[in-house]
Each structure stands twice: as C-alpha cells, then as structure tokens.
Write a protein that binds this ligand. Structure first.
Ligand SMILES: [Fe+2]
Length: 432
C-alpha cells in the first residue's frame, strides 16, 4: 500500500503513528514514543535558502546502529567517474540493443550495469548512466548511495522502493528519484524488471526554469509524489550495503534501517508519472530545441547549463507547417545518452528499441536515419499525433565515457553509423 503527498521540494511532514512528530522543535530532550531524532542533510548547512535541503527523521534506532564496521564488497559493473576504459574504442556514435535479463537470481542493486560515466564523483560533478536488470527482490538487504542521487526509469516490470521515508511504487512510464544518503530496499512487483538509471553526483535535480513559458506547463510541481511515513519494526539481522567514493561496502545490522516512524523536511524521495508532462512546442512552423522537453535538471555552476538534464520525448501533436518535423541533424556541446521506454522514436523508427540505448557524445554529429529523413521530407503535413512513444535523454555538459561493459556488450550494434549510409547527395547542381 503506497500513499503520497503532492509537491516538489516542499516542506513535507508525515507521521506513521499519530503524535510521533515533535511539535514546535526538531530535537526535543525526549522525542515522542522514545524515538531518536536524526537530521539527514542534502546540502551544506549553509547553502542558500532556495537550495538548502534537509529532513528530520524520528527513528527507532539512530543510523549509527545500521551503518558501521564495514567490509569491502564488489559490484564491478557499477562503475563511477572518473572511469576510463581499458578497451580501445572509436569515438563513434554508438547504439545498443536491450540488455538481456539474467538467468540467475539478481537483485536491483546487483543488476546495475553502468554504460557511461562523466565528471568526477568525488568532486560532486557529473553522472553515470546505464541500465538495471532484476530477477529477485532484495530480502533483508538495504542500500544507500553516498555518491549521488539515483533517478530510475523502469522499462519493464514495476518496482517497489521501500525507503526510510515510506514506500514508492514505480512502473514503466514513471520515474523514481532516491536522494543521496536515503536508505532503501527494492522489490519486484510483477516479475523480472529492467530499466534505466542515472546516478547524479552533482546538485540534486530541480524543475527547470520555464522562462517566458510562465508559471505552468512542462512538469508541474503538484504531480510529483513523495511517500507518507511508513516504518519496519523488524529485529531480523540484515545487511546494509553502501556505495561510497565509487566503492562498495557492507555491514551487518541487527534490525531494519527503515525504522523511521515520522519525518519532516524538504529532502525526500519522490516519483513522477511522465504521462503528466505537459509538452510545449511549435504551433506554426519549425522545431524548437529539445530543451522544451526537460523534466528535471541538475544545475551546474554555469548559469542555464545542466550537469545532467533529464529530457523526455512523449506522445504529442505535431502541427508545424512546411517543416521538417523529426529531430534535425545536429552537433551539440552536450553529450546525449538516450533510452526508449516504449514504442518507437520518430528519428529512428527501427534499430532503436525499448530497453536499448544510444550515445551521441559531445560534438559528434547525429540526426534522423536515412529512412526517417526520406519519410519526413515527403510527409503530408497535416496535424498528426505521435502516439505510443516514450524516449528519454540523460544529457550532460560533460563528455560521457563508455564503460568496458558498454563497449563489450553483446547487443552493441557495431554497424549503427550505417543508418546514415542511405542519405544521398541531393544537391541540384544543374539547377540554374
Ligand atoms: Fe541530439
């Protein structure tokens, strides 16, 4: 059973037991129900008011009883920036088919396969992007990421995220964001699962500025959902796994760390249904930049430039007159990691399939394939709706370096760049 509060970055408050939340102060001498008060900081104490994030958690045991006496653990496919591959590779545009589900039992955490990294996790700049595959739920195992927040976009199979703040369900077409330091466990809701994830080392995701679009449209704050408090009072010995500085550690814990009975604050996990995104686009002619489809951005120190932008290409009407309607050919200072959650993508009607990935790195040209171009220049330009399509992009101002996993991936399409082979020289030389 999941229940949510609506809003983005609000000062939320929630209690699973009436009266568990202290009134009028954060850290009373004795908390109600004998709970411990603990602050989780998502920004420096001194961060400006607009970007200051923290929550107060009222828990059965303080986190020090759940995370100490660590031993090293290995998750070799969850790579962290800076990560330069040992596999020689060209700089080419790249594309992959879906990552197959494993035969054995693999949890969400064990099933993370990072495909690109950018920046430097220790410097709190950049990101990692990849896919996850999962065939079993985490049982008595919990995880938190000290290196960054995680954005998860399921493509196949719904997931249940039991977090310190409460429960989030997310299936294909939705996203879930788990802030840095938040403890959680992932269960499968309806069988094997696969999807995409972005680990964001930099500033937490926020809604982008809308500029002249105004106060409404794109992703609206009220459609983001944060769970209400729910706790586990379990005495079962469990394992806590932590990602810290690009390495993994485990420790034993005598009980569930999801023992937060009440909490308040503006630093909490959330989900968002991508079908609620309100696209804005060209109403007469031409094709604006894809930034109009930005759902969330992790701002860098450079004004208006994201360390990571999460952008979607949802179902929408196309009405522009005398216009080439699919994405145009271009070269970009930003690097683009794309995935497809369902349907087909208009610039790549074949070869780019749900579960697959493409990577168009900084300053590498790309655009519609030959078939899409041919269709687009001859298309009847009546209003038309793009239905059954949901692609997305993790776009970064930093170059994305493919990992060994990506370069040696069994579904890597070595002939991807051939999709532009059929573009003829169309220059009308003889025309006066
Ligand atoms: Fe692009």
């Amino acid at each position: 059973m999941s229940a949510y509060m609506s809003g983005f970055g609000n000062e939320f408050e929630s209690e699973a037991l009436p009266g568990a939340l202290p009134r009028g102060q954060n850290s009373p001498q004795r908390c109600p129900f004998g709970l411990y008060a603990e602050q989780l900081s998502g920004s420096a104490f001194t961060a400006p008011q607009g970007s200051n994030r923290r929550s107060w958690l009222y828990r059965i045991r303080p986190s020090v009883l759940h995370a100490r006496n660590f031993r090293a653990a290995e998750l070799p496919l969850w790579e962290t920036a800076p990560c330069r591959t040992t596999t020689a590779h060209p700089i080419d545009q790249m594309r992959w088919g879906p990552t197959p589900l494993p035969d054995g039992a693999v949890t969400f955490i064990e099933g993370v396969r990072i495909m690109t990294t950018a920046g430097d996790a220790d410097a709190r700049i950049g990101m990692a992007a990849g896919v996850y595959v999962a065939t079993r739920s985490m049982a008595d195992t919990y995880f938190y990421n000290a290196d960054g927040e995680i954005l998860i976009a399921p493509e196949q199979g719904a997931l249940i995220f039991d977090t310190e703040f409460g429960r989030i369900d997310a299936g294909p077409g939705e996203i879930c964001v788990l802030p840095r330091g938040v403890k959680f466990r992932v269960s499968l809701k309806d069988g094997p699962a696969r999807g995409y994830l972005c680990e964001n080392y930099g500033a937490p995701f926020v809604l982008p500025s809308r500029g002249v679009i105004g106060a409404n449209g794109l992703a609206n704050a009220r459609d983001f959902l944060t769970p209400v408090a729910a706790f586990e009072d379990s005495q079962r010995p469990s394992v806590m796994m932590v990602k810290w500085g690009g390495r993994f550690y485990v420790c034993d814990t005598p009980s569930s760390p999801l023992d937060v009975v009440a909490w308040h604050g503006n630093y909490a996990p959330y989900k968002y249904d991508l079908s609620l995104f309100c696209p804005v686009g060209a109403l007469l002619f031409d094709h604006p930049d894809p930034s109009i489809f930005c759902v969330l951005t992790s701002p860098s120190a450079q004004a208006g430039v994201g360390d990571v932008d999460f952008v979607i290409f949802p179902p929408r009407w196309q009405v522009a007159e005398h216009t080439f309607r699919p994405p145009w050919f271009h070269m970009n200072v930003m690097s683009e990691f794309m995935g497809l959650i369902f349907g087909a993508y208009d610039a790549k009607p074949s070869g780019f399939v749900p579960g697959g990935v493409s990577l168009h790195n900084a300053m590498l040209p790309h655009g519609p394939d030959a078939a899409a171009f041919e269709i687009a220049i001859h298309a009847e330009l009546a209003p038309a709706k793009l239905e059954n399509t949901l692609a997305f992009m993790f776009e970064s101002r930093l170059s994305q370096h493919p990992t060994d996993f990506a370069l040696t991936h069994e579904s890597r399409q070595a002939d991807y760049a051939a999709c532009w082979d059929g573009l003829p020289d169309r220059f009308e030389r003889q025309r006066p």
